[in-house]
Each structure stands twice: as structure tokens, then as C-alpha cells.
Design a protein around this ligand. Structure first.
Ligand code: ZN
Length: 328
């Protein structure tokens, strides 16, 4: 048996999968000639096609066709040279939110591979600038940022935690305390309710509680039980989630310490520490081009490394806050 008897190349299969006419419609005005003198045909954008549905027996149903298009739109792009960048899954355009695509064609020199907004090429209305950045520049920037953050967190963990708490978790901690106490109360009341329900049942069986009164009380207890169970479920899952983010913060703090001397970035480091990289459009400051980038770290988000002066100020603030309060 031949391994590939039809010898269909990838493009043929892709064309079949993309061919809308297999769903039973007819499409007019897919392409046009440049002019009556130049007979080259140009393909028109899909918005300008005329699609007439149900003109022929469908080979594939609409739903399957749409599902295939959806799957194909998420497929991984392969560069013609087979090169990859470890940063690809993390790179996003700050303007339109789309992925940045990695470009490494044969005509691109080694070290000049770059990222560009995926919408810039296909849909300029959505993103009008290219958000161009070289892979090597980006790798250096990420490495440098990881090193600075690692040094900061390792040397000044109390400052980091203090600022982090100030920014994020004061409200969260308060919420967690409130949730915990609500859970305790609900559990106690649920135990009481079971006893109460059994009690009214007994009283009813022994004849000291009329049918009418028993139904009324039992129903009221059961309703309370139902509401409490629902609340308990919501609270418990919220608490698990909040506790998870505390665990994530702890494991981030542990992980980042290993990178104070980082020289070279690898895939594992990127996946452990970085959740997302947003690339902004270049801005000119004092005649020099700058590339604003936001690097989001796993579990903690963006970390602004404070200046030495700022660190000293925060340490002073921490000291003052921990002094026992004077009573008048
Ligand atoms: Zn964009």
C-alpha cells in the first residue's frame, strides 16, 4: 500500500476545507480582472463576494464547515524556516489585543526575526500600526526584567509584599475573613436545622404537633436549609479560589529567587514566570524611539521595581506602621 495514494499536498486539503461552495451555496464575484487591458485576475475580499445559499446539494453541513473554520483559525503558524520563538505564546498587541505573530522567513537574517501584530497584515482597520519588535530585543528585555524583579524580590521581600498587599490584597484579606466567619456560622446553623427538623417530625408523630403546624414548620426549616447550603457552596468555592492565589503568590516568590543571575532565557523559565507580554506602539521621547512593554508575571501581574529612594521610604513606612500605637 502506498502511504499517500492521492498525493494531495497540504494546500489542496486546505483549499477543500476552506471552500464554502461545498456547503451548497454559489459564490459570485470572488475575483475580478485588473482592467480590460490587463487581464490578471485579482482575488476580492470576502466582504465583496455575492453568496447565494442553497443552489446545489451540500457536501458538508454549515455547522461542520463553521467548526472547521474556527479550528483552523487557531492553528499554530509554522514559519517557512521552521524557526520558533519561546516568547510566541505570550506576545500580545496592546492596541487590539490580538496575538503578535513571529516572522522568520528565509529572507530574514539570523537574529532579525521579529514579531508583528497579526491584525496589521490582515485587517488594517482593526490595528493600524504594526507593533514591530525583534525577537532578540524582546528576549533581552524579558531576561533583564526577570533579573531585576528577582533581585528586588530577593533583597526586599518585605517591601515587595507590603506594596503588593497595598495594591491587591487588603480588600481580599478582609473578604476572606468575612467569608470564613460566614462559613462557620452556616455550618453551625445547618447542624441545628437537622436537629430541629427531626424534633418537629418526632412531635408530629407523637401527636403534639398538628398536621398543619408541622407542615408549616418543616417547610420553613427546609427552605432555610436550602438557602444556607447554596450560600455555603458559593462561599467555599470563593475561599478555595482566594487561597489558591495565596499559594500561587508563595510559589512565585520561591521560583523568582532562582533567577537573580539569569543570563539566557529558556522555555521553562518563560512558562513558569511569565503569563503575558503586551507590546505597545513605539513612542519618541527626546528624539529617541522607545518601546513600551508590559510584562505580566504569573500570579502577581505587573511588577514595578521601585527606585532605591522609594524602597527606603517604604521601609520607613513599614517601621512606623509596626510601632505599637500610643494610647493617650
Ligand atoms: Zn494590533
Amino acid at each position: 500500500m502506498q502511504e499517500n495514494p492521492c498525493r494531495w499536498c497540504n494546500t489542496t486539503v486546505a483549499n477543500i476545507l476552506n471552500n464554502m461552495e461545498y456547503t451548497g451555496c454559489a459564490i459570485n464575484f470572488k475575483s475580478s480582472t485588473v482592467s480590460y487591458k490587463v487581464h490578471d485576475r485579482i482575488r476580492k475580499p470576502q466582504e465583496e463576494w455575492q453568496i447565494i445559499p442553497n443552489t446545489q446539494e451540500p457536501i458538508i453541513d454549515d455547522e461542520t464547515f463553521q467548526r472547521v473554520q474556527e479550528i483552523r483559525s487557531h492553528r499554530k503558524r509554522r514559519t517557512s524556516t521552521g524557526k520558533k520563538s519561546i516568547l510566541t505564546p505570550k506576545m500580545f498587541c496592546s492596541d487590539c489585543g490580538a496575538k503578535l505573530y513571529y516572522h522568520a522567513g528565509k529572507h530574514i537574517k539570523d537574529g532579525s526575526e521579529y514579531f508583528r501584530c497579526s491584525q496589521y497584515k490582515t485587517n488594517r482597520f482593526k490595528c493600524s500600526t504594526n507593533h514591530y519588535v525583534r525577537d532578540s530585543v524582546m528576549r533581552d528585555l524579558v531576561t533583564e526584567t526577570i533579573r531585576r524583579v528577582a533581585e528586588y524580590v530577593t533583597n526586599f521581600e518585605p517591601v515587595f509584599l507590603y506594596l503588593y498587599a497595598k495594591k491587591n490584597s487588603e480588600a481580599t484579606a478582609r473578604n476572606m475573613r468575612a467569608t470564613r466567619s460566614r462559613i462557620d456560622k452556616a455550618k453551625k446553623r445547618l447542624t441545628e436545622l437537622i436537629k430541629l427538623i427531626m424534633k418537629v417530625y418526632e412531635d408530629h408523630v407523637l401527636g403534639s404537633l398538628s398536621e398543619e403546624r408541622y407542615s408549616m414548620m418543616a417547610e420553613s426549616y427546609e427552605n432555610e436549609q436550602k438557602t444556607l447550603k447554596q450560600q455555603l457552596e458559593t462561599d467555599e468555592s470563593a475561599l478555595t479560589k482566594a487561597e489558591q492565589s495565596t499559594t500561587d503568590l508563595k510559589s512565585f516568590l520561591k521560583a523568582i529567587r532562582q533567577f537573580t543571575e539569569i543570563e539566557e532565557l529558556d522555555e521553562k523559565t518563560v512558562n513558569t514566570l511569565i503569563s503575558k507580554i503586551e507590546v505597545f506602539e513605539r513612542v519618541k521621547i527626546d528624539g529617541k524611539l522607545h518601546l513600551p512593554v508590559k510584562i505580566h508575571f504569573t500570579a502577581v501581574g505587573i511588577i514595578d521595581v521601585p527606585t532605591e529612594k522609594e524602597i527606603l521610604r517604604v521601609m520607613e513606612e513599614i517601621r512606623n506602621n509596626s510601632k505599637p500605637q500610643k494610647t493617650a
